[in-house]
Design a protein. Sequence first.
Length: 393
Amino acid sequence: MKKRFYSLCLAFIMLVALVGGCAKSPSDKATQQQDKEPYRIGAVVDISGGAASLGEPERDTLKMLVDDLNAKGGINGHPVELTILDNKSLETEAVLAAKRLIDQNKVLAVLGCSASGTSLAMIDTVQKANVPMISMAASAKIVEPVKDRYWVFKTAQSDIVVANKIAKYLAAKGIKDVAFLSMNNAFGDSGRVNFEKAAPANGLNIVLAEKFEATDKDMTSQLAKVKASKAQATVVWAIPPSAAIITKNFRDLGLDMPLIQTHGIGNKAFLDLAGDAANGVIAPMGKLVVAEQLPDSDPQKAALLAYISSYEKKFNARPSTFGGHAHDAFNLAVKAIGEAGPDRQKIRDALEQTTGFVGISGVFNLSAQDHNGLGEDSMVMVEIKDGQWKLLE
């Protein structure tokens, strides 16, 4: 009897050990993930300097996403190491940061930058190094001509999309004569070039074109010329703080015409800086700012609401349009790396073949002819009322 009892006990102990060995604890999974080679991604973001209102929400979004991804097991079990560098909104710093990520960190892809000028500055570096780059800025020049931008993609709607959206809106309102004011930088210059194409195509005349510096504290002199012209509406191509300053100047001068801006004002910084002067401003925007107002049939609505919920839970604030551009850049990179593995050429190819990808900025359909993949349906016209974004269409 004793022998039988001891045999049963031994069998039970062995069974418990076997079952325990089969069950993997969370720490076991983490150990398995750590055993795999990390996949390295780099980001160059305008966290400080003139474009900080764009870069800060991008940085926060990227940190949130990589933490969430690694908590779920990374990419095919590989942890993701994300290095985020601040270019201080300077083109020279952007180039240095890109070189550091490529040469020292050995990243598989570079995300950035927040602004058009800093993004354009990095292109030569990534092209020569054969490293995929996903910009979060607007200028069409970042990805065009495609034959010269083989390794470069971007997530913000191109300025030709924005220009067409504005021109069609003005034409539908019966407006013919327009004044155009822009920042004297890569973002403003690219916007001017594309609006000069969109305007005549939609029956508009640009009766006045003026520039201002990104560091200007007053644009009254340019707006005085608008007031003296025959313009029926004013289009401003800028980002905060300039976009907010010129909006206040516009109201102070009592200009009685529509004020149209761009997706460059798609964050709370503009609303805070412009205050009551922002009310009545109209702009084409990505759908994030009016996500709750979209019909349930909109293909982006679920993704937009999920991002808003996650961001608000993490940072106790609503995400901005620019954070959305970072959200798309990161997830496009993750998707491509998941499909291609740690091979830069294959990652580039996977990016170029991405279609039907539902992002925050739109539904992406990339190709060898289009490294942005967004059309006018990625944007809606909105108006600011009582400090809030309101859907116009």
